[in-house]
Design a protein around this ligand. Sequence first.
Ligand SMILES: NC(=O)c1ccc[n+]([C@@H]2O[C@H](COP(=O)([O-])OP(=O)(O)OC[C@H]3O[C@@H](n4cnc5c(N)ncnc54)[C@H](OP(=O)(O)O)[C@@H]3O)[C@@H](O)[C@H]2O)c1
Length: 330
Amino acid sequence: MLNDKTILITGGTGSFGNHFTSYVLQHYKPKKIIIYSRDEFKQFQMRNRLMEYDSIMRYFIGDVRDEARMRRAFEGVDYVIHAAALKQVPACEYNPNEAIKTNIHGAMNVIEAALDTSVKRVVALSTDKAVNPVNLYGGTKLVSDKLFIAANAYSGFKDTRFAIVRYGNVAGSRGSVIPFFHSLVEAGETELPITDLEMTRFWISLEQGVELVIKALAESKGGETFIAKIPSFKITDLAKAILPGCTMKEVGIREGEKLHEVMITKEDSLHTYEYSKHFVIYPHMSWWTEKNAVPGGRPVMRGFEYSSGTNSQWLSVDDLQELLQKVFEL
Ligand SMILES: NC(=O)c1ccc[n+]([C@@H]2O[C@H](COP(=O)([O-])OP(=O)(O)OC[C@H]3O[C@@H](n4cnc5c(N)ncnc54)[C@H](OP(=O)(O)O)[C@@H]3O)[C@@H](O)[C@H]2O)c1
Protein backbone atom coordinates (compact mmCIF):
# COMPACT_ATOMS: atom_id res chain seq x y z
CA MET A 1 0.00 0.00 0.00
CA LEU A 2 3.00 2.36 0.30
CA ASN A 3 4.22 1.64 -3.22
CA ASP A 4 4.33 4.74 -5.41
CA LYS A 5 3.12 6.90 -2.51
CA THR A 6 4.64 10.07 -1.06
CA ILE A 7 5.11 9.80 2.70
CA LEU A 8 6.13 12.61 5.05
CA ILE A 9 7.43 11.98 8.57
CA THR A 10 7.51 14.87 11.03
CA GLY A 11 10.38 14.17 13.42
CA GLY A 12 11.74 11.81 10.76
CA THR A 13 15.30 11.97 12.11
CA GLY A 14 14.28 10.53 15.50
CA SER A 15 14.45 6.88 16.63
CA PHE A 16 11.02 6.06 15.20
CA GLY A 17 11.54 8.05 11.99
CA ASN A 18 14.87 6.40 11.19
CA HIS A 19 13.48 2.92 11.78
CA PHE A 20 10.26 3.59 9.90
CA THR A 21 12.13 5.01 6.90
CA SER A 22 14.52 2.04 6.68
CA TYR A 23 11.61 -0.40 7.03
CA VAL A 24 9.60 1.27 4.27
CA LEU A 25 12.60 1.47 1.94
CA GLN A 26 13.29 -2.25 2.47
CA HIS A 27 9.70 -3.48 2.11
CA TYR A 28 8.05 -1.06 -0.36
CA LYS A 29 8.78 1.13 -3.36
CA PRO A 30 7.57 4.58 -2.28
CA LYS A 31 7.64 7.47 -4.71
CA LYS A 32 9.13 9.84 -2.14
CA ILE A 33 9.86 9.94 1.60
CA ILE A 34 10.07 13.43 3.09
CA ILE A 35 11.80 13.94 6.43
CA TYR A 36 10.56 17.05 8.24
CA SER A 37 12.58 18.21 11.28
CA ARG A 38 14.68 21.11 12.59
CA ASP A 39 18.27 20.01 13.04
CA GLU A 40 20.33 19.94 9.84
CA PHE A 41 23.03 17.73 11.37
CA LYS A 42 20.63 14.88 12.16
CA GLN A 43 19.33 15.16 8.59
CA PHE A 44 22.92 15.12 7.27
CA GLN A 45 23.62 11.92 9.25
CA MET A 46 20.42 10.29 8.04
CA ARG A 47 21.14 11.28 4.44
CA ASN A 48 24.62 9.73 4.67
CA ARG A 49 23.16 6.54 6.12
CA LEU A 50 20.58 6.28 3.34
CA MET A 51 22.68 7.58 0.42
CA GLU A 52 21.70 4.67 -1.83
CA TYR A 53 18.06 5.87 -1.66
CA ASP A 54 18.87 9.53 -2.27
CA SER A 55 16.66 9.75 -5.35
CA ILE A 56 13.63 8.87 -3.17
CA MET A 57 14.54 10.80 -0.02
CA ARG A 58 13.83 14.51 0.59
CA TYR A 59 15.01 16.42 3.67
CA PHE A 60 12.97 19.45 4.72
CA ILE A 61 14.20 21.69 7.51
CA GLY A 62 11.13 22.89 9.36
CA ASP A 63 9.42 23.20 12.70
CA VAL A 64 5.98 21.75 13.46
CA ARG A 65 5.25 25.10 15.08
CA ASP A 66 5.44 26.72 11.61
CA GLU A 67 2.14 26.05 9.86
CA ALA A 68 3.04 27.81 6.59
CA ARG A 69 6.19 25.74 6.20
CA MET A 70 4.26 22.55 6.86
CA ARG A 71 1.59 23.42 4.34
CA ARG A 72 4.34 23.84 1.74
CA ALA A 73 5.96 20.54 2.76
CA PHE A 74 2.63 18.62 2.66
CA GLU A 75 1.87 19.54 -1.00
CA GLY A 76 1.45 16.31 -2.97
CA VAL A 77 1.87 14.09 0.11
CA ASP A 78 -0.35 10.98 0.45
CA TYR A 79 0.50 9.91 4.02
CA VAL A 80 1.82 11.83 7.02
CA ILE A 81 3.29 10.19 10.10
CA HIS A 82 3.45 12.70 12.95
CA ALA A 83 6.34 11.66 15.19
CA ALA A 84 7.86 15.05 16.12
CA ALA A 85 7.50 15.74 19.83
CA LEU A 86 9.15 16.93 22.98
CA LYS A 87 9.02 13.68 24.94
CA GLN A 88 11.32 13.85 27.96
CA VAL A 89 9.10 14.09 31.06
CA PRO A 90 11.44 16.37 33.12
CA ALA A 91 12.13 18.68 30.13
CA CYS A 92 8.39 19.13 29.51
CA GLU A 93 7.79 19.70 33.22
CA TYR A 94 10.46 22.42 33.38
CA ASN A 95 9.57 24.03 30.02
CA PRO A 96 5.77 23.71 29.87
CA ASN A 97 5.28 26.47 27.27
CA GLU A 98 7.69 24.74 24.89
CA ALA A 99 5.97 21.37 25.37
CA ILE A 100 2.62 22.98 24.60
CA LYS A 101 3.97 24.74 21.49
CA THR A 102 5.52 21.59 20.02
CA ASN A 103 3.10 18.89 21.14
CA ILE A 104 -0.22 20.77 21.03
CA HIS A 105 0.24 23.67 18.60
CA GLY A 106 2.35 21.35 16.44
CA ALA A 107 -0.53 18.85 16.30
CA MET A 108 -2.98 21.64 15.37
CA ASN A 109 -0.65 22.74 12.57
CA VAL A 110 -0.30 19.18 11.23
CA ILE A 111 -4.10 18.90 11.10
CA GLU A 112 -4.59 22.24 9.34
CA ALA A 113 -1.83 21.59 6.80
CA ALA A 114 -3.09 18.05 6.11
CA LEU A 115 -6.66 19.26 5.54
CA ASP A 116 -5.57 22.15 3.33
CA THR A 117 -3.39 19.96 1.13
CA SER A 118 -5.77 16.93 1.01
CA VAL A 119 -3.34 14.45 2.57
CA LYS A 120 -5.12 11.04 2.57
CA ARG A 121 -4.04 9.59 5.92
CA VAL A 122 -2.36 11.03 9.01
CA VAL A 123 -1.13 8.74 11.78
CA ALA A 124 0.01 10.49 14.96
CA LEU A 125 2.17 8.72 17.53
CA SER A 126 0.86 8.70 21.07
CA THR A 127 2.12 7.29 24.34
CA ASP A 128 0.79 5.40 27.36
CA LYS A 129 1.60 8.59 29.29
CA ALA A 130 -1.38 10.25 27.56
CA VAL A 131 -3.67 7.80 29.42
CA ASN A 132 -4.83 9.33 32.72
CA PRO A 133 -1.79 11.64 32.55
CA VAL A 134 0.20 12.47 35.65
CA ASN A 135 2.77 14.73 33.96
CA LEU A 136 2.72 17.56 31.41
CA TYR A 137 4.22 15.45 28.62
CA GLY A 138 1.28 13.02 28.98
CA GLY A 139 -1.13 15.95 29.28
CA THR A 140 0.07 17.49 26.01
CA LYS A 141 -0.12 14.14 24.22
CA LEU A 142 -3.67 13.60 25.54
CA VAL A 143 -4.68 16.95 24.03
CA SER A 144 -2.88 16.06 20.80
CA ASP A 145 -4.76 12.70 20.62
CA LYS A 146 -8.09 14.48 21.14
CA LEU A 147 -7.26 17.00 18.41
CA PHE A 148 -6.46 14.25 15.89
CA ILE A 149 -9.62 12.29 16.70
CA ALA A 150 -11.83 15.38 16.47
CA ALA A 151 -10.17 16.47 13.20
CA ASN A 152 -12.00 13.67 11.37
CA ALA A 153 -15.17 15.73 11.67
CA TYR A 154 -13.60 18.63 9.73
CA SER A 155 -12.49 16.81 6.62
CA GLY A 156 -15.92 17.17 5.00
CA PHE A 157 -15.95 15.76 1.48
CA LYS A 158 -12.19 15.36 1.47
CA ASP A 159 -10.74 11.95 2.14
CA THR A 160 -8.30 13.13 4.86
CA ARG A 161 -8.43 10.73 7.82
CA PHE A 162 -6.59 10.91 11.13
CA ALA A 163 -5.69 7.99 13.44
CA ILE A 164 -3.45 7.37 16.44
CA VAL A 165 -0.95 4.67 17.29
CA ARG A 166 -0.23 4.42 21.01
CA TYR A 167 2.62 2.57 22.63
CA GLY A 168 4.79 2.68 25.74
CA ASN A 169 8.54 3.02 26.22
CA VAL A 170 10.38 1.50 23.30
CA ALA A 171 12.92 -1.08 24.48
CA GLY A 172 16.34 0.56 24.66
CA SER A 173 15.19 4.05 23.62
CA ARG A 174 17.18 7.06 24.81
CA GLY A 175 16.54 7.99 28.46
CA SER A 176 14.82 4.68 29.25
CA VAL A 177 15.71 2.17 31.97
CA ILE A 178 17.71 -0.26 29.79
CA PRO A 179 20.50 2.18 28.79
CA PHE A 180 20.44 3.53 32.37
CA PHE A 181 21.04 0.07 33.91
CA HIS A 182 23.71 -0.60 31.29
CA SER A 183 25.60 2.57 32.10
CA LEU A 184 25.64 1.54 35.79
CA VAL A 185 26.90 -1.95 34.95
CA GLU A 186 29.62 -0.51 32.72
CA ALA A 187 30.66 1.79 35.58
CA GLY A 188 31.18 -1.35 37.72
CA GLU A 189 28.07 -1.10 39.94
CA THR A 190 26.82 -4.38 41.43
CA GLU A 191 23.65 -2.87 42.92
CA LEU A 192 20.86 -1.55 40.66
CA PRO A 193 18.37 1.09 41.83
CA ILE A 194 14.74 -0.02 41.44
CA THR A 195 12.07 2.66 41.78
CA ASP A 196 9.55 0.14 43.11
CA LEU A 197 9.93 -3.63 43.42
CA GLU A 198 6.36 -4.08 42.12
CA MET A 199 6.87 -1.94 38.99
CA THR A 200 5.95 -3.42 35.57
CA ARG A 201 6.24 -2.20 32.01
CA PHE A 202 5.19 -3.31 28.50
CA TRP A 203 7.89 -4.41 26.06
CA ILE A 204 7.62 -3.10 22.50
CA SER A 205 10.34 -3.02 19.85
CA LEU A 206 10.67 -0.20 17.31
CA GLU A 207 9.84 -2.74 14.59
CA GLN A 208 6.49 -3.58 16.24
CA GLY A 209 5.74 0.16 16.49
CA VAL A 210 6.53 0.63 12.80
CA GLU A 211 4.36 -2.33 11.74
CA LEU A 212 1.42 -0.99 13.75
CA VAL A 213 1.74 2.42 12.08
CA ILE A 214 1.63 0.76 8.65
CA LYS A 215 -1.45 -1.22 9.73
CA ALA A 216 -3.09 2.01 10.90
CA LEU A 217 -2.33 3.67 7.54
CA ALA A 218 -3.90 0.73 5.72
CA GLU A 219 -6.99 0.22 7.89
CA SER A 220 -7.94 3.56 9.40
CA LYS A 221 -11.29 5.02 8.51
CA GLY A 222 -10.72 7.90 10.93
CA GLY A 223 -10.52 8.42 14.69
CA GLU A 224 -9.12 5.05 15.80
CA THR A 225 -6.43 4.52 18.44
CA PHE A 226 -4.37 1.44 17.54
CA ILE A 227 -2.60 -0.39 20.40
CA ALA A 228 -0.30 -3.40 19.97
CA LYS A 229 -0.75 -6.56 22.07
CA ILE A 230 2.64 -6.91 23.71
CA PRO A 231 4.12 -8.69 26.72
CA SER A 232 4.90 -7.18 30.13
CA PHE A 233 7.94 -7.58 32.34
CA LYS A 234 8.83 -6.83 35.96
CA ILE A 235 11.56 -4.21 36.42
CA THR A 236 13.21 -6.56 38.93
CA ASP A 237 13.42 -9.26 36.19
CA LEU A 238 14.97 -6.74 33.82
CA ALA A 239 17.63 -5.97 36.46
CA LYS A 240 18.29 -9.73 36.84
CA ALA A 241 18.55 -10.11 33.06
CA ILE A 242 21.02 -7.24 32.70
CA LEU A 243 23.14 -8.10 35.74
CA PRO A 244 22.57 -11.66 36.97
CA GLY A 245 23.07 -11.94 40.73
CA CYS A 246 22.87 -8.16 41.27
CA THR A 247 21.53 -6.67 44.48
CA MET A 248 18.63 -4.24 44.17
CA LYS A 249 17.87 -1.11 46.12
CA GLU A 250 14.36 0.31 46.15
CA VAL A 251 14.65 4.08 45.63
CA GLY A 252 10.99 5.12 45.38
CA ILE A 253 8.79 6.03 42.46
CA ARG A 254 9.70 9.33 40.77
CA GLU A 255 7.49 12.37 40.17
CA GLY A 256 5.30 11.79 37.11
CA GLU A 257 5.93 8.02 37.04
CA LYS A 258 3.35 5.23 37.36
CA LEU A 259 3.69 1.80 38.96
CA HIS A 260 2.10 0.12 35.94
CA GLU A 261 1.58 1.39 32.40
CA VAL A 262 -2.02 1.59 31.23
CA MET A 263 -2.81 1.61 27.53
CA ILE A 264 -6.60 1.11 27.67
CA THR A 265 -8.66 2.31 30.64
CA LYS A 266 -11.85 0.72 32.00
CA GLU A 267 -13.74 3.70 30.55
CA ASP A 268 -12.18 3.03 27.11
CA SER A 269 -13.37 -0.59 27.28
CA LEU A 270 -16.82 0.47 26.12
CA HIS A 271 -15.36 1.50 22.74
CA THR A 272 -12.53 -1.02 22.37
CA TYR A 273 -12.34 -4.00 19.99
CA GLU A 274 -9.84 -6.81 20.27
CA TYR A 275 -8.06 -8.23 17.17
CA SER A 276 -5.57 -11.08 17.01
CA LYS A 277 -2.47 -8.88 17.39
CA HIS A 278 -3.81 -5.54 18.56
CA PHE A 279 -6.66 -3.51 20.08
CA VAL A 280 -8.47 -0.54 18.58
CA ILE A 281 -10.23 2.11 20.67
CA TYR A 282 -12.90 3.59 18.43
CA PRO A 283 -13.91 7.24 18.75
CA HIS A 284 -16.72 8.13 21.08
CA MET A 285 -18.14 10.67 18.62
CA SER A 286 -21.55 11.18 17.03
CA TRP A 287 -20.10 10.79 13.50
CA TRP A 288 -18.69 7.28 14.21
CA THR A 289 -20.83 4.23 13.49
CA GLU A 290 -20.10 0.56 14.10
CA LYS A 291 -19.91 -0.15 10.38
CA ASN A 292 -16.62 1.79 10.45
CA ALA A 293 -15.04 -0.85 12.72
CA VAL A 294 -12.31 -2.86 11.00
CA PRO A 295 -13.72 -6.39 10.37
CA GLY A 296 -12.34 -9.33 12.34
CA GLY A 297 -12.51 -7.83 15.84
CA ARG A 298 -14.84 -8.23 18.79
CA PRO A 299 -15.70 -5.81 21.58
CA VAL A 300 -13.68 -6.34 24.78
CA MET A 301 -15.50 -7.05 28.05
CA ARG A 302 -16.97 -4.04 29.81
CA GLY A 303 -14.49 -2.93 32.49
CA PHE A 304 -11.49 -4.45 30.68
CA GLU A 305 -8.24 -2.60 31.36
CA TYR A 306 -5.03 -3.11 29.38
CA SER A 307 -2.34 -2.56 31.99
CA SER A 308 1.23 -3.85 32.19
CA GLY A 309 0.40 -5.03 35.73
CA THR A 310 -2.48 -7.34 34.75
CA ASN A 311 -1.35 -8.41 31.26
CA SER A 312 -1.79 -12.05 30.23
CA GLN A 313 1.62 -12.28 28.50
CA TRP A 314 4.84 -12.01 30.57
CA LEU A 315 8.55 -12.08 29.74
CA SER A 316 10.78 -14.23 31.94
CA VAL A 317 14.39 -13.32 32.83
CA ASP A 318 15.57 -15.67 30.03
CA ASP A 319 13.18 -14.05 27.50
CA LEU A 320 14.46 -10.63 28.52
CA GLN A 321 18.10 -11.69 28.08
CA GLU A 322 17.32 -12.89 24.56
CA LEU A 323 15.48 -9.68 23.65
CA LEU A 324 18.21 -7.49 25.16
CA GLN A 325 20.72 -9.07 22.84
CA LYS A 326 18.60 -8.06 19.84
CA VAL A 327 18.21 -4.49 21.16
CA PHE A 328 21.98 -4.08 21.43
CA GLU A 329 22.64 -5.61 18.02
CA LEU A 330 20.68 -2.73 16.39
N1 LIG B 1 10.63 6.52 22.25
C1 LIG B 1 9.66 6.04 23.00
O1 LIG B 1 9.91 5.26 23.91
C2 LIG B 1 8.23 6.44 22.73
C3 LIG B 1 7.21 5.79 23.42
C4 LIG B 1 5.87 6.14 23.17
C5 LIG B 1 5.59 7.12 22.24
N2 LIG B 1 6.60 7.78 21.60
C6 LIG B 1 6.24 8.84 20.64
O2 LIG B 1 6.81 8.53 19.39
C7 LIG B 1 7.18 9.72 18.71
C8 LIG B 1 8.60 9.60 18.19
O3 LIG B 1 9.47 9.36 19.27
P1 LIG B 1 11.02 9.14 19.04
O4 LIG B 1 11.47 8.17 20.07
O5 LIG B 1 11.31 8.88 17.62
O6 LIG B 1 11.57 10.59 19.45
P2 LIG B 1 13.01 11.19 19.20
O7 LIG B 1 13.99 10.15 18.88
O8 LIG B 1 13.28 12.14 20.32
O9 LIG B 1 12.80 12.08 17.87
C9 LIG B 1 12.03 13.25 17.89
C10 LIG B 1 12.05 13.85 16.49
O10 LIG B 1 11.23 15.01 16.47
C11 LIG B 1 11.97 16.10 15.90
N3 LIG B 1 11.42 17.32 16.48
C12 LIG B 1 11.39 17.69 17.78
N4 LIG B 1 10.80 18.88 17.91
C13 LIG B 1 10.42 19.25 16.65
C14 LIG B 1 9.76 20.39 16.13
N5 LIG B 1 9.35 21.38 16.93
N6 LIG B 1 9.54 20.47 14.80
C15 LIG B 1 9.94 19.47 13.97
N7 LIG B 1 10.58 18.36 14.41
C16 LIG B 1 10.82 18.28 15.74
C17 LIG B 1 13.42 15.81 16.22
O11 LIG B 1 14.34 16.39 15.33
P3 LIG B 1 14.89 17.88 15.51
O12 LIG B 1 15.30 18.01 16.93
O13 LIG B 1 16.00 17.97 14.53
O14 LIG B 1 13.76 18.79 15.12
C18 LIG B 1 13.42 14.30 16.02
O15 LIG B 1 13.52 14.04 14.64
C19 LIG B 1 6.92 10.87 19.66
O16 LIG B 1 5.69 11.46 19.33
C20 LIG B 1 6.80 10.20 21.02
O17 LIG B 1 5.92 10.92 21.87
C21 LIG B 1 7.91 7.44 21.80
